[in-house]
Ligand binder design. Structure first.
Ligand code: PRP
Ligand code: MN
Ligand code: MG
Length: 181
């Protein structure tokens, strides 16, 4: 796929590898939520691809809802304070919620989001992320489903952006140096 090849220095996960891993996670999710209503909550915009593919891989009915959130400020220090740009349409009281993310980096986004969702009285809140970086281990929230643990390097593709570009790459990889210069 040419758009992937032009700008990636190194492919970390191909389309096939992503599909296979989502298939494994989907089997666990099907089993864990057997007989239960399930609401998938995607975090815009990075989680769009994972959400679309995971939802279609799941061999069961699910509902999908979305949140858009933004960290306050764009300075060098991350406060962990987040504001909601688009809230859920659904009332999650008493429901089983599975948050779907593309990546957990510092973990600040999700630790805030999880405590926000818990305060709404759901039956359960769990996390499914395709990628997880090392710093996320410091996060106080448990992640139930992890696609791949990766090193602390900047990755793009499959929803993950660099300045809003590269989200539509089919694979995930590191950017070639010429992109930055
Ligand atoms: C990225 C990514 C996660 C978050 C992880 O989203 O999609 O949502 O950062 O970072 P953290 O663990 O350090 O909080 P971003 O804020 O770039 O928005 P986007 O999804 O629209 O790209
Ligand atoms: Mn995101
Ligand atoms: Mg981003």
């Amino acid at each position: 796929h040419i758009t992937d090849d032009l700008d990636l220095e190194k492919t970390l996960f191909s389309e096939d590898e992503i599909r296979n891993r989502l298939g494994e996670l989907a089997k666990r999710i099907e089993s864990d939520y057997d007989g239960e209503d399930l609401l998938l909550v995607g975090v815009l915009k990075g989680a769009v691809m994972v959400m679309a593919d995971l939802a279609r891989t799941l061999d069961r009915h699910v509902e999908m809802d979305w949140m858009a959130i933004s960290s306050y400020g764009s300075g060098t220090t991350s406060s962990g304070v987040v504001r909601i740009l688009k809230d859920l349409d659904a009332d999650i009281t008493g429901r089983h919620v599975l948050v779907v993310e593309d990546i957990i980096d510092t973990g600040l986004t999700l630790s805030w989001l999880i405590s926000n969702l818990r305060s709404r009285g759901p039956a359960s809140v769990e996390i499914c992320t395709l990628l997880r970086k090392p710093d996320a281990q410091k996060m106080s929230v448990d992640v139930r489903y992890v696609g791949f643990d990766i090193a602390n390097e900047f990755v793009v593709g499959y929803g993950l952006d660099y300045a809003e570009k590269y989200r539509n790459l089919r694979s995930i990889g590191t950017l070639a140096p010429h992109v930055y210069s």
